[in-house]
Design a binder for this molecule. Structure first.
Ligand code: NIG
Ligand code: FE
Length: 389
């Protein structure tokens, strides 16, 4: 059965066949067949299909690809957020609070939270999401987080090396052996990716050599690498991510010229997470510097209870446009095709023929409204694998 989606006021395809940049088709239609995009173009020349849906002149964009989230956890840190808004700095120290809550939570509690957040994301137009472990920091809880995450998405990331838990405070080497040994063995079957919080400026996170050991062990176990880097300082994260061929280095808030050059000369995507700078009241990353250098840039939420508890890609797009001077088209590309690149996926993030029919319908005439009308629930329907969800 094929379905014609027609009377689309503005269709954003990221298809070079429809022009450079966003590949916009005005007054457009899409034909969906077997969960994939079978045709896109002007509605006036659309082929026949088994059924038709009139989208009433609304805008259609590719479903958002949120390539960085921590949506399986227990508890909250609203008090930490409130303290930050009256002057406390963000240090990553609060992660221990979430680890304590997550270790003692039941599997059902963790699953319910993860499901609720992924539903919340879907309602805001996100059709692909990555989810990390990292609030267990013991073998059983890390594996439990990843089993639950796997029920929600194929894009699961082993982040045993998020921070060193309190019981290993005097034995970092012992925790590294756990993370690269028995914990990795228990988690790798449920994960596609390995990640590390590489941040010498945070006392409980990991330095360059420790981070390299974590990533290399994950790669040996068959996982692909991604990195939390350069969030609080111009540390070694970007350098290391490029060195190991990571798909993405995430945060990139503090970069040296050498970091920018390294990113521009590599396949490693710079993933910016401006909801974190919003929620930690920090200076935003310099997106224009990366774009000017030719580095690939993605945008993601980093949805987590500590550094930024937003599940909203439209909010991230609005921040990127207003605070980071990305154009609406650049921000949308980074929140869709850029996220797909950060996950090494070519079946999502665009609406070229053959792509998954994952698309978001905006109650707006153009994608610019994502930033022009911040905070307004513009997502009116979402299609995943060719089905309205
Ligand atoms: O991506 N930076 C490290 N990890 C998370 C924050 C985790 C937390 O504060 O709970 C991040 O910002
Ligand atoms: Fe994160």
């Amino acid at each position: 059965m094929s379905v014609l989606l027609t009377n689309i006021g503005e269709l954003v395809t990221h298809d070079p066949a429809h022009g450079d940049g966003p590949g916009i088709v005005p007054d457009a239609a899409i034909v969906v067949q077997a969960g994939r995009i079978a045709w896109t173009g002007p509605a006036a020349s659309a082929p026949a299909a088994d059924s038709a849906v009139d989208l009433g002149g609304r805008c259609v964009i590719p479903g958002f690809v949120d390539s960085h989230s921590h949506t399986v956890f227990a508890g909250d840190r609203a008090a930490e957020f409130a303290a930050r808004m009256t002057g406390e700095p963000y240090t990553g120290g609060g992660i221990a609070t979430t680890v304590a809550a997550t270790r003692t939570a039941s599997e059902d509690t963790l699953r319910a939270r993860g499901q609720a957040l992924v539903r919340e994301m879907l309602a805001q137009g996100t059709t692909t999401v990555e989810i990390k472990s990292g609030y267990g920091q013991d073998v059983a809880t890390e594996a439990r987080m990843l089993r639950i995450a796997r029920e929600l998405t194929p894009e699961t990331t082993y982040l045993g090396a998020h921070t060193v838990p309190a019981e290993y405070a005097d034995d970092r080497a012992g925790y590294l052996r756990l993370v690269t040994g028995p914990m990795l063995a228990a988690c790798a079957p449920h994960a596609r990716w390995v990640d590390v919080f590489c941040e010498p400026a945070a006392p409980t996170a990991f330095d360059e050599d420790e981070s390299r050991a974590v990533l290399r062990a994950g790669l040996r176990a068959g996982l692909l690498a991604r990195v939390h880097g350069n969030q609080l300082s111009a540390g070694p994260g970007v350098r290391l991510a490029v060195e190991v061929g990571a798909a993405s280095v995430d945060h990139c808030t503090h970069l040296t010229d050498a970091d920018v050059d390294a990113l521009a000369g590599s396949d490693t995507v710079a993933t910016l997470l401006p909801a974190v700078e919003f929620s930690t009241r920090s200076p935003y990353p310099d997106a224009r510097r990366l774009l000017a250098a030719g580095a690939p840039v993605a945008l993601a939420t980093d949805c987590n209870p500590g550094s930024g508890y937003s599940s909203s890609m439209p909010f991230v797009v609005a921040l990127a446009v207003r605070e980071m001077r990305m154009s609406p088209a650049e921000a949308l590309w980074s929140a869709t095709a850029g996220g797909a690149a950060a996950l090494r996926r070519d079946d999502v993030g665009h609406l070229r023929v053959g792509a998954r029919a994952d698309l978001t319908v905006l109650d707006a005439p153009s994608h610019t409204y994502l930033a022009y009308r911040p905070g307004v629930p513009l997502v009116s329907e979402v299609w995943k694998d060719g089905t309205r969800v």
